[in-house]
Design a protein. Sequence first.
Length: 144
Amino acid sequence: MLIHGKKAILALAGVVVLTGCTHLVTRSLPNANIGRYKHIFVEHRLADSYGIADEMARQLREMGYDASAGALTMLPSDAELIVSYEDMWTWDFNTYMIEIDAQVRTARSDRILAVGHYFRPSMVFGHPPSSMIHELLAKLFKHA
């Protein structure tokens, strides 16, 4: 019985250490309230071979926004906000996203209203990129 208890304690300690490495932080200008804007454009990076821009736009639409993605030259005339991002991937017998940074700025003045950073260095718990994107966007746009 004591051996099983030690294994359980070691497993719990491992979980605590691994989850302690996850870091999600967002910052916005005072009174920015980016949730009040309805038309959002996600700027597609040239090196986006994982479909991150399309996934961000899809999730924003699920949150109730009019969102689309594409090259900045395709910016719709009614766009109010532009979301740009940088993603980092790694390979450990499988390719997975470990980090994503997002910047939300006004479409007309290019003023930065909010930024977000999500770092999850381990794929141990099997979180796909869509869950990282969801958590980051939900916190940036103040959705539960």
